[in-house]
Design a protein around this ligand. Structure first.
Ligand code: PDD
Length: 273
């Protein structure tokens, strides 16, 4: 990629990460819809349609020869002399690659340690932009303290993780931040909420106050590469004191959906048949 690509110079691009297994991609249409939305919000033209992306994805997957993994897709505004405003003639650059991913799909796994940090991101976190420097710094700060994820706080309210959405359970109710400009509309979050509704778990789409963490019974984060990850401790702020039945149920339900999404023949073979 030329150094004058706008993704390199300005972070002027958008992306998606999709979970795949044996050449099948989970929640494909939801990812395609979000990619289209991110592109529209930053006035970027995506040169491939869903079917063309899928053809690229399947070819990359076959070449990589991995069982489970993630598919990364990025579109930048293209190569042009460095000037902040949009270039007149640049063609979008498209990047795609596959990364092998080992995921535990059974049992509850180890509950992870998280670290509370200020949310220093911009006010369009709903756009899946490659501008991830605050996320990178937060994840690194968490890692330095032995944490797996950073949980971000803006104006006293918990928003989301550095690369995950956040859920909390308090007295049987499932809390998560409502969809607005402060969080990414996570595909995993969407599916987990569908499962919670199906299971009759009461939902509160409200930002949770950081200073009420002591009243929380369970915490988990969700994302394409972390699935439903139980949090056992938020360093210096909260520690799980008992079992986490709601997290366990939703994790199970989500993994079931993931399994169903990635079973059988590849998408293109199915649609062709
Ligand atoms: N991150 N919030 C943020 C800030 C994210 O970057 C992500 C995903 C999520 C979860 O979204 P989803 O369930 O659609 O993966 C929430 C991806 C995986 C990444 O940057 O690698």
């Amino acid at each position: 990629m030329p150094v004058t690509d706008r993704a390199f110079l300005f972070g002027d691009g958008i992306y998606e990460v999709v979970f795949g297994r044996d050449g099948r991609f989970a929640f494909w249409e939801l990812h395609m819809q979000r990619l289209a939305r991110s592109a529209a919000e930053v006035e970027l033209k995506v040169p491939l349609d869903s079917g063309q992306w899928l053809a690229v994805a399947e070819r990359l997957w076959a070449d990589a020869g991995c069982e489970t993994g993630s598919l990364y897709l990025e579109v930048s505004r293209g190569v042009a002399p460095r000037e902040h405003s949009f270039p007149e003639r640049a063609e979008p650059t498209v990047v795609a690659f596959v990364k092998e991913l080992k995921v535990a799909t059974e049992g509850d796994g180890e509950a992870a340690l998280a670290v509370l940090l200020p949310d220093q991101r911009w006010l369009r976190c709903d756009i899946k932009s490659v501008n991830l420097l605050p996320n990178v710094l937060a994840r690194q700060a968490a890692k330095r303290q032995g944490g797996r994820e950073a949980i971000l706080v803006r104006d006293g309210l918990l928003t989301e993780g550095a690369a995950t959405n956040l859920f909390l359970v308090r007295q049987g109710e499932l809390w998560t931040h409502p969809l607005d400009q402060h969080i990414l509309p996570g595909v995993t979050r969407h599916v987990v909420l569908e499962e919670a509704r199906r299971l009759g778990i009461p939902i509160r789409l409200e930002a949770y106050p950081a200073d009420e963490l002591a009243l929380v019974d369970e915490v988990f984060v969700t994302g394409t590469t972390s699935h439903v990850l139980a949090i056992g401790e938020i360093l210096g702020h909260w520690r799980r004191s008992g079992p986490d039945p709601i997290t366990a149920r939703l994790r199970q339900a989500y993994l079931g959906r993931l399994e169903a999404e990635t079973m059988g023949a590849p998408h293109s073979a199915q649609s062709a048949g």
